[in-house]
Design a protein around this ligand. Structure first.
Ligand code: XUL
Ligand code: CO
Length: 439
């Protein structure tokens, strides 16, 4: 039932910015070399299985609208198989290199820990075949420790150690599966690792258990020889009122507290950044600064809505600023851009899945071209460097010297009768550079 789902669609190809074909890329030209690297290698784009193949188009007020063939009955072995086949076929039709999944996205429903493990193992065998058949790779795998009612009070932060142990079983299996499938990263998004009210929550116990869990995951990664990166995905809230992995700065503090700052990086999601009261580029810049920029979940929120709308990226300006940060960070090593995005509930046709992804791919590709243009032009980078240039002068060096005290610096100011002159930050000039970029 699934092999035919995309039969009316050709593989999407680059046709250039003058193309009128809605099923072509206008900016994403995978072999084009930008700043010394092929576009495909810069962007490492991935399709996510959950929004694109599992979500039926339901919302809190209404049932699914999509009528995908694999959703017509129970999520049994046949349906799960069809869904996997459709997913990998779709990634190939888009000619993108990667996909991402949660354990529960790719398997048939199963009750009980033994049946769950068996069902997931069957899915992984099949995914291995499908990856070879369609020539696609796994950007990351992750275990879903938030949907099943057992996780209502969290996985690794649950008051009940039996739930914690169930979560350990899922994560062990999913990490090993990711390793076997050649995944480049392993993600942990702690959707329910937080609280709904402090009245019933021992934050200290929960954080320590969470830190221990992450240490155990890292230990297991090394034990099995997985060389990919372990990533935490920050989000401030939803479904919990407060999620412990609130944003990149909170995650970095958490990693330092539990001794993991050299082991774990972040998977930054655009919509999570804005939910946290930050811009997308703020989160990327913060991760770059701490040296923990791992990967990105590509999507966007809505300026009016205060929840995770997970729409496809469509703002070239936002993605220009984002790509500037990714390039400043030196680009991805294991990471990439995963479309953690879903078409709207009224976009019910197979072709809508193409429009969503094609638009997102081109927005990101154009952001890359524009950011590369700004880097090559150099004016913005030069201005920023010059702005801090005095820090390599004599006073800056003296301040940084470990032997210098607060009093030494204060005495310097008094002795030289310092009267610093104000210098423009040239914000509008900087913004005009972005707006005038031609690519
Ligand atoms: C939820 C979210 C997740 C993670 C993976 O907001 O972004 O889909 O990306 O669990
Ligand atoms: Co995400």
């Amino acid at each position: 039932m699934s092999a035919s789902y995309f039969k009316d669609f050709e593989t999407v190809q680059f046709e250039g910015r003058d193309s009128t074909n809605p099923f072509a890329y206008r900016y994403y030209d995978k072999d084009r070399v930008v700043l010394g690297k092929r576009m495909e290698d810069h962007l490492r784009m991935a399709v996510c299985v959950w929004h694109t193949f599992c979500w039926p188009g339901s919302d809190v007020f209404g049932a699914g609208t999509f009528d995908r063939p694999w959703h017509r009955g129970a999520n049994d072995a046949d349906a799960a198989r069809s869904k996997r086949e459709a997913a990998l076929a779709f990634v190939e039709k888009l000619d993108l290199p990667f996909y991402c999944f949660h354990d529960v996205d790719v398997m048939a429903d199963a009750d009980g820990i033994g049946a769950f493990r068996k069902s997931f193992a069957e899915a992984v065998d099949h995914l291995e075949e499908l990856q070879a058949k369609h020539g696609r790779k796994l950007l990351w795998g992750t275990a879903n420790l938030f949907s099943n009612p057992r996780y209502m009070a969290g996985g690794a932060t649950n008051p009940d150690p039996e739930v914690y142990a169930w979560g350990a079983s899922q994560v062990r299996d999913c990490l090993e599966a990711t390793h076997r499938l050649g995944g480049a990263n392993y993600v942990l998004w702690g959707g329910r690792e937080g609280y709904d009210t402090i009245l019933n929550t021992e934050i200290g116990v929960e954080l320590d258990n969470f830190g221990r869990f992450l240490n155990l995951v890292v230990e297991h990664k090394h034990r099995i020889g997985f060389e990919g990166t372990i990533l935490i995905e920050p989000k401030p809230h939803e479904p919990t009122k407060h999620q412990y992995d609130f944003d990149t700065q909170s995650v970095f503090a958490f990693l330092q507290r539990y001794g993991l700052e050299n082991e774990v990086k972040v998977n930054i999601e655009a919509n999570h950044a804005t939910l946290g009261g930050h811009s997308f580029e703020h989160e990327l810049a913060m991760a770059r600064t701490f040296g923990i920029l791992g990967s990105v979940d590509a999507n966007r929120g809505d300026y009016q809505n205060g929840w995770d709308t997970d729409q496809f990226p469509n703002s070239v300006e936002e993605w220009t600023l984002a790509m500037l940060e990714v390039l400043r960070a030196g680009g991805f090593t294991d990471g990439g851009f995963n479309f953690d995005a879903k078409v709207r509930r009224q976009s019910i046709d197979a072709e809508d899945l193409f429009h969503g992804h094609i638009g997102g791919v081109d927005t990101i590709a154009r952001g890359l071209l524009r950011a590369a243009e700004m880097i090559e032009d150099g004016a913005l980078e030069d201005f920023r460097r010059d702005r801090y240039g005095d820090w390599s002068g004599s006073l800056g060096t003296m301040i940084h010297d470990k032997g210098t005290s607060l009093a030494d610096i204060a005495d310097y100011a008094v002795k030289h009768d310092l009267d610093p002159q104000r210098r423009s930050g040239r914000q509008e000039w900087c913004e005009n550079i972005v707006a005038r970029t031609r690519s």
